[in-house]
Design a protein around this ligand. Structure first.
Ligand code: 13P
Length: 321
């Protein structure tokens, strides 16, 4: 069927499909240097370039990673880093059949005229990380965020890059799951409206939403079945099946919660590949195991494979704890 022709149309569709392949998901290691520093300080390490390099080398050289991981999102610094043997990280990924990706936004800045909200600098990244609970994101912040995301997606595709469209709705707050659903539906409606307005090729994007859960401080926790029901309902109402993959972020869920929720969402067939693009839910145990010590690298890599495999099985709806 006709599709908007562009220099990269075929390549975009192929790349998006490769990343959204059965039993695989994305390893998000696109922490900015500041955020990476927070992770390192949690195990008593200084935020130096050699320490960041060592940690990223540990993650990316994990033997067998490509079986469960189809893409890796890198921070700019990592894109140009190499292993201690001088091999470019990007080549390490290619060898494992993992598609390298790059974080393109330039961080959050205040959004004037809004409800103390922020937006992502650089017309090329954004998130509606703006939910100022309990009032929720203002209409202005949602519009700005959705438009920014759509522009970023269009610019990326024009340059042959598959955009990962990520309107994150933060977990913070004591609101019930119904409120998250309401906000998510509003945000997603605008995101898709502007994606269409900007002539984005839906077959050549990947989505990275947050799951629909109660606020982190809500009095009741929801079980994986409830989270799956709310999240899939939201996606079905808002996301066309032309989009090849839904790659969830973990958003501060525990490693086990993130795996169980993904598993619950894959208990019946979905119109899209429903998978993961986790950072914290793949890295927490790795960091604790590593502690910055060379003698722990092997054990830490094993810990990464355990999480990657668990989420791979969850993608297939076949995980059991
Ligand atoms: P979390 O899985 O830790 O929420 O991070 C995902 C992300 O947005 C990184 O790109």
């Amino acid at each position: 069927l006709p599709i908007r022709a562009g220099a990269y149309t075929d390549e975009l569709i192929k790349t998006a499909k490769t990343i959204a392949s059965p039993g695989r998901g994305i390893l998000a290691i696109d922490e900015s240097n500041a955020t990476c520093g927070k992770r390192l300080s949690s195990i008593g390490l200084d935020n130096t370039e050699p320490n960041r390099q060592a940690y990223r080398q540990l993650l990316l050289t994990t033997p067998g990673l490509g079986e469960y991981i189809s893409g890796a999102i890198l921070f700019e610094e990592t894109l140009y880093q190499s292993t201690t043997d001088g091999k470019k990280f990007v080549d390490v990924l290619h060898d494992q059949k993992i598609v390298p990706g790059i974080k393109v936004d330039k961080g959050l800045v205040p959004l004037p005229g809004s409800n103390n909200e922020s937006w992502c600098q650089g017309l090329d990244g954004l998130s509606s990380r703006s939910a100022d609970i309990p009032c929720g994101p203002s209409a202005l912040a949602v519009k700005e965020a959705a438009w920014g995301l759509a522009r970023y997606a269009a610019i990326s595709q024009d340059n042959g890059l598959v955009p990962i469209v990520e309107p994150e709705i933060l977990l913070d707050g004591d609101h019930p799951i119904e409120r998250t659903l309401e906000v998510a539906e509003k945000v997603w409606a605008e995101v898709f409206y502007y994606l269409a307005e900007n002539n984005v090729i839906f077959e050549g994007i990947l989505l990275k939403p947050s799951m629909v859960t109660p606020g982190a401080e809500h009095k009741e926790r929801a079980n994986p079945e409830t989270i799956a029901k709310y999240t899939l309902t939201m996606l079905k109402r808002r996301v066309p099946p032309a989009v090849p993959g839904i790659m969830f972020l973990s958003g501060g869920q525990s490693e086990m919660e993130a795996t169980l929720n993904l598993h619950a969402m894959n208990q019946s067939p979905n119109p899209w590949h429903v998978s993961f693009s986790y950072a914290r839910a793949l890295q927490n145990t790795v960091l604790k195991t590593w502690q910055g010590r060379p003698e722990n690298v092997e054990a830490a890599q094993k810990a990464l494979l355990v999480r990657a495999k668990a989420n791979s099985l969850a993608q297939l709806g076949k995980y059991s704890a």
